[in-house]
Design a protein around this ligand. Structure first.
Ligand SMILES: *Cc1c(COP(=O)(O)O)cnc(C)c1O
Length: 392
C-alpha cells in the first residue's frame, strides 16, 4: 500500500536520533546515582515503611529544588491530587474545571472528592488549558454570589480549577491566577509532568493554592510510585501531612484519629529512591534538552509536521517530545503509530479526551475544538534520559 511521504520522513528522522537497539520505550527511568546505596540502607536498618529519614530528606530536597516552602510526599500523584482538592475545599456536588486533554488521574481525583469534572479546552501554544477561552466561557455561565462561584446552568458551585502542565510544558498560569481571583475559584496545579519546568523563573506547581507532583516510573524522576503536594501555606501543609497519615493524633502509644484520614504517606524505601533521583535531576534535565535539540534538528526537514517547542518565557523539562501534524488526521496518526510501534519505536498518541470516556461522557464542558484538534495531530516520541546518554 502507498504510504504518504511523511511516514518515511518521520521514520528517517527517528532513526537519525535514536540508537539502533529495539524496542525503545516512550519513557523509562535511569538509575545512575546513589539508588542502590540508599535503598540498601533502608533494608539494612529495617526502615522501609511509612516513617524514616529518607522521607523528610526527600521533602527537603523537593522544597529546595522547586522553591516551594512546603512539600508533603505521598504514595502517588493521584493521591496528591485527591488530598489537594479536598484541602482546596472540593466537596460532594461541587464542579471542578479540568482539561479535557489530560491523564485520567486529574478527573478521577475530582470524582474521589464527590466532585463533578467540568472540562475546559486547550491552546496550541502550550498544549495546556486556555485561560482566555475559559474566562470568556465563565463570563457566560458563571455567577459569583457572596464570594462563591456558581454554574448558572447546573446551579452547582464551581469550586476549583486544575490546569495541568502538559508533557512538561508550562501552562499560561498567570491567566489562571487572574481568573481564579476574579471568579473566586481555588487554583490547584497538576504539575505531575513538569518537575524541572519553569514559568518565568518560578517552578511550576508553586503558583496555585496547592500543586501536585508525580514520581511514577515514567516521570522525569521516579520513586517507583510516588507523588507530592506543594504549597506556600503552612496550615495546608500540616493538614496535608495529617490527612495522608490516617489523621493520627500525635501521641507516643495511643492509636487515635481525629477525622477521616488516608494511608497515603510515601514509604521510606520509595523516598530513598527519590533522594537518589533528585540528586541527579540537573543532569537529567540537561540530557533532556540535548535530546530535544537533536529531535528538533532531525525533524526540521520533515514537511507537514512540527516538533513542539517550549512556550515563550518558559523553560520546559521536555518530559516528552511531541510531534504535531500540521493538519489533523486520525488516519495518518494511526499509520504513524502503527509503523513506529511495528519498528519497536514505542510512540504514543495523546490520551483519549476525558469527555469521550464512558464515566465522564455526561459531564459539563465548554466547546473543545482545540483539544479535539490536538488529539488528531499529536504523537509523543521516546524521550528517556537514557537515550541521550547511550548515543550522546
Ligand atoms: C502521572 C500523572 C498523574 C499522577 O499519576 P500517578 O501515576 O498517580 O503518580 C496525574 N496527572 C497527570 C497529568 C499525570 O501525567
Amino acid at each position: 500500500m502507498d504510504q504518504p511521504a511523511i511516514v518515511s520522513e518521520v521514520m528517517a528522522a527517528l532513526n537519525r536520533v535514536l540508537p539502533s537497539q529495539r524496542p525503545i520505550a516512550l519513557h523509562e527511568p535511569k538509575f545512575g546515582g546513589n539508588e542502590w546505596q540508599y535503598v540498601k540502607n533502608c533494608l539494612d536498618t529495617g526502615w522501609v515503611s511509612s516513617s524514616g529519614s529518607h522521607v523528610s530528606r526527600f521533602e527537603q530536597l523537593l522544597q529546595d529544588f522547586t522553591g516551594a516552602p512546603y512539600a508533603v510526599a505521598v504514595v502517588n500523584g493521584t493521591a496528591a491530587l485527591h488530598i489537594a482538592l479536598q484541602l482546596a475545599g472540593v466537596r460532594p456536588g461541587d464542579e471542578v474545571i479540568t482539561p479535557a486533554l489530560s491523564f485520567v488521574a486529574t478527573a478521577n481525583a475530582i470524582s474521589y472528592c464527590g466532585g463533578i469534572p467540568h472540562f475546559m479546552d486547550s491552546e496550541s501554544a502550550t498544549l495546556g488549558a486556555n485561560p482566555v477561552a475559559l474566562a470568556e466561557y465563565l463570563s457566560d455561565i458563571a455567577r459569583v454570589s457572596s464570594g462563591v462561584c456558581f454554574n448558572r446552568i447546573t446551579g452547582r458551585p464551581l469550586r476549583a480549577v486544575i490546569p495541568m502542565h502538559t508533557f512538561g510544558h508550562p501552562v499560561a498560569i498567570d491567566g489562571f491566577l487572574e481568573l481564579c481571583n476574579r471568579f473566586g475559584l481555588a487554583l490547584v496545579e497538576d504539575a505531575a509532568e513538569s518537575l524541572g519546568s519553569y514559568y518565568g523563573n518560578r517552578h511550576t506547581g508553586t503558583f496555585g493554592l496547592l500543586g501536585t507532583l508525580s514520581f511514577n516510573g515514567n516521570k522525569i524522576i521516579t520513586t517507583g510510585g510516588g507523588g507530592a503536594i506543594l504549597t506556600n501555606d503552612k496550615g495546608l501543609a500540616q493538614q496535608a501531612k495529617h490527612l495522608t497519615t490516617t489523621a493520627k493524633t500525635n501521641h507516643r502509644w495511643t492509636f487515635s484519629h481525629d477525622q477521616l484520614g488516608y494511608n497515603y504517606r510515601l514509604p521510606n524505601i520509595n523516598a530513598a529512591l527519590g533522594c537518589a533521583q533528585l540528586e541527579q535531576i540537573s543532569g537529567f534535565l540537561a540530557a533532556k534538552r540535548r535530546l530535544a535539540a537533536r529531535y528538533h534538528e532531525a525533524f526540521s526537514s520533515v514537511s507537514d509536521a512540527t516538533l513542539f517547542s517550549e512556550p515563550p518565557g518558559c523553560r520546559s523539562n521536555y518530559w516528552l517530545n511531541t510531534l504535531l501534524l500540521d493538519q489533523p488526521s486520525e488516519s495518518l496518526l494511526d499509520t504513524l503509530l502503527e509503523t513506529t510501534n511495528e519498528e519497536g519505536i514505542l510512540t504514543r498518541p495523546a490520551w483519549t479526551l476525558m469527555h469521550h470516556l464512558p464515566m465522564y461522557a455526561t459531564c459539563p464542558k465548554m466547546h473543545l475544538p482545540v483539544a479535539e484538534d490536538l488529539a488528531k495531530r499529536l504523537l509523543n516520541l521516546p524521550s528517556s534520559v537514557l537515550l541521550e546518554s547511550i548515543d550522546g
